[in-house]
Design a protein around this ligand. Structure first.
Ligand SMILES: [Zn+2]
Length: 262
C-alpha cells in the first residue's frame, strides 16, 4: 500500500500491520512514554551460596545500613526498571541467595535479626532449581529436595513454602537442573525456563501468594546473545548475572550484575 508523506514511521508500520492509529492516540502514547521513562540507578546486589551462620549475612548488611543504604525487594527493582519508582538518587542494596541450599535458612534468621535491630524489612530473593527429583508438578511430596547433586543439602518443597509464606521473601527462576543455558538446544532452553517458571507459580499459589515474579538468575552466570533473546521473548522482567556491576538500567534488565559473597 502507499504510505502518505506526512505519516510518520510508527503510523506507517501500524498501517502495514493492518491496524489504524489516530494522531491523538499517538500523542497520548508519546506522553505516557515520557512520564514513565526509567532512569538508571545503582544497587549493591550481594549474592550468597552457603550461609553457615546468620552472621555471614549480617556482617555484610550492617555496614551498608550504617551508611544509609536502603534494602530493596525484587519488586522495587522491577518498578525502577519500568520507571514507576525512581531510585536514581538512593543508596540501595539487594540480597540474592543462589541454588536453594538448606543452609540459606540462616539468611531468613539474619533477616529477622536485622529487622529487630534496625526496624527495617530485609527482603531476600531465593534463586532455586525446581527439579524436585523429576516428580510431576502436582505430585511433589513436601519432603522432596528442590535439587539433588549428592553433594549439597537443598531446601525441600516444605522449606521453600515456609520461606515464601513471608511476603518479603521471593523466588527466582534458576532453571530446573542448573543448566548451562549457553550449551543446550532450543527445546531444552525453553523447557528449563518455562517448566521451572510454572513450578515457581505452583509454589506461590500453594503458599497463598500472588503470581511469582518473572525473574531469572543465570546458572553459572552464563548467557549469550541467543539466551538473552529467548529470555526477552519469554517476557522475563529481569535477569541477573554474576558480573560485578552495580549500575542498573532498563537497557541492561537481562544483564544485572551482582557481587559474590559466599
Ligand atoms: Zn547457581
Amino acid at each position: 500500500m502507499r504510505v502518505e508523506g506526512t505519516i510518520d514511521r510508527r503510523q506507517a508500520l501500524t498501517y502495514l500491520a493492518g491496524g489504524i492509529v489516530s494522531t491523538k492516540n499517538y500523542i497520548t502514547n508519546q506522553q505516557e512514554q515520557k512520564e514513565i521513562a526509567p532512569t538508571p540507578f545503582e544497587v549493591v546486589s550481594l549474592t550468597f551460596h552457603e550461609v553457615e551462620k546468620s552472621d555471614q549475612i549480617l556482617e555484610n548488611i550492617y555496614p551498608l545500613l550504617d551508611e544509609g543504604y536502603t534494602p530493596l525487594s525484587i519488586n522495587d527493582i522491577c518498578q525502577a526498571l519500568n520507571g514507576s519508582l525512581d531510585l536514581s538518587n538512593k543508596k540501595s542494596f539487594f540480597i540474592t541467595l543462589d541454588d536453594g541450599l538448606k543452609s540459606q535458612e540462616n539468611a531468613v534468621v539474619a533477616a529477622s535479626q536485622a529487622e529487630s535491630a534496625w526496624g527495617v524489612n530485609i527482603p531476600l530473593l531465593f534463586a532455586v532449581m525446581t527439579q524436585f527429583n523429576y516428580y510431576n508438578d502436582d505430585q511433589i511430596p513436601l519432603t522432596t529436595p528442590s535439587y539433588n547433586d549428592h553433594v549439597h543439602e537443598y531446601l525441600t518443597k516444605k522449606d521453600i513454602l515456609q520461606i515464601i509464606e513471608n511476603p518479603r521473601f521471593d523466588l527466582a527462576n534458576h532453571t530446573l537442573n542448573h543448566a548451562d543455558l549457553t550449551k543446550i538446544n532450543d527445546n531444552d532452553l525453553t523447557g528449563e525456563l518455562t517448566i521451572a517458571q510454572r513450578r515457581l507459580s505452583i509454589l506461590y499459589s500453594e503458599a497463598g501468594r500472588e503470581e511469582v515474579p518473572r525473574i531469572l538468575i543465570y546458572p553459572f552466570g552464563k548467557y549469550n546473545h541467543h539466551v538473552l533473546k529467548t529470555v526477552s521473548d519469554l517476557n522475563f522482567e529481569a535477569a541477573f548475572t554474576t558480573e560485578n556491576d552495580t549500575h542498573y538500567s532498563a537497557k541492561k534488565r537481562y544483564r544485572l550484575g551482582r557481587i559474590g559473597r559466599t
